[in-house]
Design a protein. Structure first.
Ligand code: TNX
Length: 520
C-alpha cells in the first residue's frame, strides 16, 4: 500500500502540469487486463503485434458505415503514429486492421463484437456497425497510452495478442449533462462525447432547460433564448445552442453511436421560460431571472390552454431535431404544482410527445401519473416511485443519486459538488449492482444506467473533468459488464492503468487516493 501512496503523489503534479502529454512510452504496456469496461470474455496470448507504417484499415464489404468506422479509427491513430492508415476495400494483407460485418452471427448481439489480435494483424467483427465501433474503442485501449497524445510520438505501437468477445449488459448506457445551471458549449460537449465513446457509453442526455437558463433555440418562441438563455447560476454568463449547432452536435454524436436525449424540464424548473414570456404565468406577470440553486419554486400554469400550445411547439421543434426515440420531459421536483394537476399535466404531455412520434422519458416522479408501457422513468431517489413505474409496465433507467450523481462530492472537504445525497467515492460509484439496487425493480425492467452531472458548482472543463472522472468509468462498467466476477480490488487496478490514458487525453481527472494510479 505504501508504494501506491508514493505513486499517487507522483501522478498528481504530472497530471496537473500536463507533463504526461509529452511522454513517449508508458511504464506498463496495456494488456487485456486493463480494459474498461471489462469485456465479456477474453483469451490473451503471449506476444504482441506491432502496427507498422504500411498498415491499412480494411473496411470489408460495401457498407458505408463500416468505412466510416474505419475512418474514425484512422483519425484516432494517425496523430500519434504519423502513419497514413488508408481506409480501403481491397483484401487485407498481413499487418492490416480489418473491420467486417457478420450480420448472421447472432452471438454478437446488437452492439457486440469480436476482436482478434494475431501476429498477422487485427480483425474486428460485429453484427452491426455499432459493435465495430465499440471494438475499435477496445483496440485504442490496447495500444500504448501515448496513442492518445494528439501529436507525433515514437512507437513501437505494440498490441497484445489474443481474442476478445464482448457485448453490453444494458442497451442504455448514459450520461446526463446539465447545461442549464451552467452552459457548456458545442466543443466541450463534443469532447465529452469522445470520452464517453472510449468507455462505450451510448446515450447523452442533455438537461437543456431549468430555472436558471434555457439553452436550445425554439424558433416559434424566440425569447426563450433571447431572455432565458442569458442567465446562469451565480450570475455567470449564459449561452444557448442555435438549432444549427444543436443539429451538428446530434450528428457528431450519431457518428459515434451516441444518441442525444434532449430534456425540456416541466412543469417545474421553468423560471427561465416564465421570465421570457409573461403570458405563460397564471397571473400574467413575469418573475425575475433566477441565479440561485434552490429547486421546486416554479411551475407552468396547468389550467391555461396556452401552456399546451407552448409545449406542443417546443416538443414539436425538439422532436424534429431528434433522430433518437426519446424526449425527456423532466417532471422532477414539481413542488409548486398541485399533485392532481401534476398527474393530469404529465398524461397530457405524454400524448404530445407521442403525437410527435417519440417516447416519453421523465424523472421518476412521472410514475405518479398513468404511464404508457413505452414511457420510461429515470430513477434517482425514490424506490417507491421506481416500483410504481415498473408496476405500470414501464421500464426504468437507473441513476441512483448515491451512486450515479457525479455532482456529489468525493469527500466532505472536496471543493466542488454538493452533498445532499452524501459523498460518493470512486469506489461507491463502482460498487453496486443495478439488478439489486432497487427492491422490486428486476433486471428485465431496467433499460440501463445513467450517470448524472448537475452543474450548479461547475462552469469549466476542469470542473466537469474533476467531477466526472474517474467515476464515470465505474458507471460505464456497471452499464456494460456483468457484475459477477468483478470486485473493487480488481477494478481499481484496471482504473489505475487508465490514469495515464486520461492524462494523455488532457482529462483533469480527480486523482483519488483510493486508486493506485500508475506512473505515466
Ligand atoms: C436534484 S435529481 C435535482 C436537480 C439538482 C440536483 C443536484 C433531480 C431530478 N433534480 O434539480 O440539480 O438534485 O444534485
Amino acid at each position: 500500500m505504501r508504494g501506491h501512496a508514493a505513486l499517487v503523489v507522483l501522478a498528481v503534479p504530472l497530471v496537473a502540469a500536463g507533463l504526461v502529454v509529452s511522454r513517449a512510452a508508458p511504464a506498463v504496456s496495456p494488456s487485456f487486463a486493463s480494459v474498461i469496461p471489462k469485456p465479456l470474455a477474453e483469451a490473451p496470448e503471449r506476444g504482441a503485434f506491432t502496427l507498422g507504417p504500411a498498415a491499412r484499415i480494411v473496411a470489408t464489404g460495401t457498407s458505408p458505415e463500416v468505412a466510416r468506422v474505419g475512418r474514425l479509427l484512422a483519425g484516432a491513430l494517425r496523430p500519434a503514429t504519423g502513419f497514413r492508415l488508408p481506409v480501403t476495400r481491397t483484401p487485407g494483407r498481413a499487418g492490416d486492421i480489418a473491420l467486417s460485418l457478420a450480420p448472421g452471427d447472432r452471438s454478437l448481439g446488437d452492439e457486440g463484437y469480436r476482436l482478434r489480435v494475431g501476429q498477422d494483424g487485427v480483425t474486428i467483427m460485429a453484427r452491426h456497425p455499432a459493435g465495430l465501433f465499440w471494438g475499435t474503442q477496445t483496440l485504442r485501449q490496447l495500444l500504448p497510452v501515448s496513442i492518445e497524445t494528439g501529436s507525433r510520438v515514437e512507437g513501437p505501437w505494440r498490441i497484445p495478442l489474443g481474442t476478445i468477445h464482448d457485448g453490453p449488459r444494458f442497451a442504455w448506457r448514459g450520461m446526463m449533462l446539465d447545461v442549464a445551471r451552467h452552459f457548456f458549449g458545442v466543443d466541450e460537449v463534443k469532447r465529452l462525447i469522445d470520452l464517453m465513446a472510449l468507455y462505450k457509453l451510448n446515450r447523452l442526455h442533455l438537461h437543456l432547460t431549468d430555472d436558471q437558463g434555457w439553452r436550445i433555440a425554439i424558433r416559434s418562441w424566440p425569447r426563450l433564448t433571447q431572455v432565458g438563455g442569458r442567465t446562469a447560476v451565480n450570475g455567470d454568463p449564459g449561452g444557448f445552442y442555435s438549432q444549427r449547432q444543436y443539429r451538428a452536435l446530434v450528428a457528431y454524436a450519431q457518428t459515434r453511436f451516441v444518441e442525444v436525449v434532449p430534456e425540456i424540464d416541466m412543469p417545474g424548473h421553468v423560471n427561465a421560460a416564465l421570465a421570457s414570456y409573461a403570458r405563460l404565468t397564471c397571473n400574467g406577470k413575469s418573475p425575475a431571472p433566477y441565479t440561485g440553486i434552490d429547486v421546486g419554486f416554479s411551475s407552468l400554469c396547468i389550467d391555461k390552454e396556452l401552456t399546451y400550445r407552448f409545449l406542443d411547439d417546443v416538443i414539436g421543434e425538439v422532436a424534429a431535431l431528434t433522430p433518437g426515440r426519446y424526449v425527456h420531459i423532466g417532471g422532477d421536483e414539481a413542488h409548486s404544482t398541485d399533485p392532481a394537476d401534476y398527474r393530469r399535466f404529465v398524461e397530457r404531455v405524454q400524448q404530445i410527445v407521442r403525437a410527435y412520434g417519440k417516447r416519453m422519458l421523465g424523472w421518476e416522479e412521472i410514475a405518479r401519473a398513468r404511464l404508457r408501457r413505452t414511457s420510461v422513468a429515470q430513477h434517482w431517489q425514490s424506490p417507491e416511485l421506481a416500483r410504481r413505474a415498473v408496476e405500470q409496465g414501464a421500464k426504468v433507467v437507473l441513476s441512483p443519486a448515491t451512486k450515479a450523481y457525479l455532482d456529489m462530492k468525493y469527500t466532505p472537504s472536496y471543493p466542488l459538488g454538493l452533498v445532499w445525497a452524501g459523498t460518493t467515492s470512486v469506489r461507491d460509484a463502482y460498487e453496486w449492482d443495478p439488478a439489486t439496487q432497487v427492491d422490486g425493480v428486476p433486471e428485465q425492467s431496467i433499460l440501463g444506467v445513467e450517470a448524472a452531472l448537475w452543474s450548479e458548482t461547475i462552469d469549466t472543463r476542469a470542473g466537469l473533468d474533476a467531477l466526472a472522472f474517474p467515476r464515470l468509468l465505474g458507471l460505464a462498467e456497471r452499464a456494460w459488464s456483468p457484475a459477477a466476477g468483478r470486485s473493487w480490488r480488481e477494478y481499481r487496478t484496471r482504473l489505475a492503468a487508465q490514469g495515464p490514458r486520461l492524462a494523455a487525453l488532457g482529462v483533469a481527472f480527480h486523482p483519488s487516493p483510493e486508486v493506485p494510479w500508475q506512473e505515466p
